[in-house]
Design a protein around this ligand. Structure first.
Ligand SMILES: Cc1cc2nc3c(=O)[nH]c(=O)nc-3n(C[C@H](O)[C@H](O)[C@H](O)COP(=O)(O)O)c2cc1C
Length: 276
C-alpha cells in the first residue's frame, strides 16, 4: 500500500513508516524506482523525522503560553521549602523551553547567591508556582522540581541535568543563560547582580548608593569598570528551571467554575477534572 502511495506522489516517508526494528519500509520500497541521490536525501530526511516527535505539545502549555503572552509582565509566586518552613516570593517567568516534546520547562532568572537557591539545592528541589491572571480570571498551579543553572565554573553547575533537559544534541544551556541575560534583562536588573549577597544585613539604605544603577548589555560596555561589572553580574546570574510534574488550571470566569489537572505519567499528561 505504501509503495502505491509513493508512486502516486501522496506518501511522505516519516516516523510512522519505521517498523519495530527501525527499518524504513517505505524507503526500502522506494529504492527500486528513485534515483540514488534522491534516495540518499530522502533517507537523511527520514532519519531526521524519526528523531522528531509528532506528538502535540501539552494542552496546558498552549493555554499558559497564550494567557501569559496576553498578560505580559504578570509575576508568578514561587514556593520552596527550607527545612519544614515554606518560603514564597514573586518571580517573573522569562520563557518556556520544550526540553522534550512532552516536557515544557519554565525559566526564571535569579541571583545564584539568593536563599531560594540554597533551599532548592539544599533542603528540597520540590517547588510550586502559582500564577494568577486577573484577565481572564484564571490561575495556574505548577508542581515540580527546580534546577539551578549558574555560570559554568560555579560548583552547582555540574548538578544541572543539561543533557536530560536538552531539546536537541546541539542545544546549549549556557548559551540560553547568556542570551537570557543579554536580551531579557534591563540595565537596572543587570546591575542588581553586582550587589553584595542578597539578603545580608547592611547598616542603612544609603549603603546602596555605592552600587551601580545600570549596566549596559554585554559587548556594549564603554569602560573597564563596566566590563568588570558585566563579568561580575554574569557570575551571579542563574537560570531557575522548573521541570513540572503536575499542572492545575482554575477558571473562575466561566460558570460553573472549572478546575482541570494534568499529571505527567511517563511521557503523557493525564487530564482530570476536579471540583473547583
Ligand atoms: C514583581 C516582582 C518580580 C520579581 N521577580 C524576581 C525574579 O524573577 N527572580 C528573582 O530572583 N527575584 C524576583 N523578585 C524578588 C523576589 O521576590 C525576592 O524578594 C528575591 O528573589 C529574594 O528571594 P529569596 O530570599 O527567597 O531567595 C521579584 C519581586 C517582585 C516584587
Amino acid at each position: 500500500m505504501r509503495c502505491l502511495a509513493v508512486r502516486s506522489g501522496s506518501c511522505r516517508p516519516g516516523i510512522a513508516d519505521l517498523d519495530a526494528e527501525g527499518c524504513n519500509t517505505t524507503l526500502l520500497c522506494m529504492r527500486s524506482f528513485v534515483q540514488p541521490t534522491l534516495f540518499a536525501r530522502l533517507s537523511a530526511v527520514s532519519r531526521q523525522l524519526s528523531n522528531m516527535s509528532t506528538a502535540p505539545e501539552p494542552a496546558w502549555k498552549t493555554i499558559l503560553e497564550k494567557t501569559s503572552k496576553e498578560n505580559a509582565g504578570v509575576a508568578s509566586t514561587l514556593s520552596t521549602v527550607e527545612g519544614d518552613q515554606p518560603r514564597v516570593r514573586s518571580v517573573i517567568q522569562r520563557s518556556m523551553i520544550m526540553a522534550k516534546p512532552w516536557l515544557p520547562v519554565m525559566i526564571t532568572t535569579t541571583d545564584v547567591r539568593t536563599p531560594k537557591v540554597k533551599q532548592i539545592t539544599g533542603s528540597s528541589s520540590k517547588v510550586e508556582l502559582a500564577w494568577w491572571f486577573p484577565e481572564p480570571v484564571v490561575q495556574f498551579r505548577i508542581t515540580g522540581v527546580a534546577h539551578i543553572l549558574p555560570n559554568p565554573s560555579h560548583p552547582l553547575a555540574t548538578s544541572f541535568p543539561a543533557a536530560r533537559l536538552s531539546p536537541s544534541p546541539h542545544f546549549s544551556w549556557e548559551d540560553e543563560r547568556y542570551k537570557t541575560y543579554a536580551t531579557k534583562m534591563g540595565g537596572a536588573l543587570r546591575a542588581s547582580f553586582c550587589r553584595p549577597v542578597p539578603g545580608t544585613v547592611i547598616d542603612d539604605y544609603d549603603v546602596g548608593k555605592e552600587w551601580p544603577e545600570k549596566i549596559p548589555p554585554p559587548g556594549e560596555e564603554t569602560t573597564d569598570e563596566e566590563r568588570e561589572q558585566t563579568k561580575l553580574a554574569l557570575n551571579h546570574f542563574a537560570l531557575l528551571v522548573i521541570e513540572p510534574s503536575a499542572v492545575e488550571y482554575l477558571e473562575l470566569k466561566v460558570v460553573p467554575n472549572r478546575r482541570t489537572k494534568w499529571t505527567l505519567e511517563g511521557e503523557e499528561w493525564r487530564k482530570t477534572i476536579l471540583v473547583p
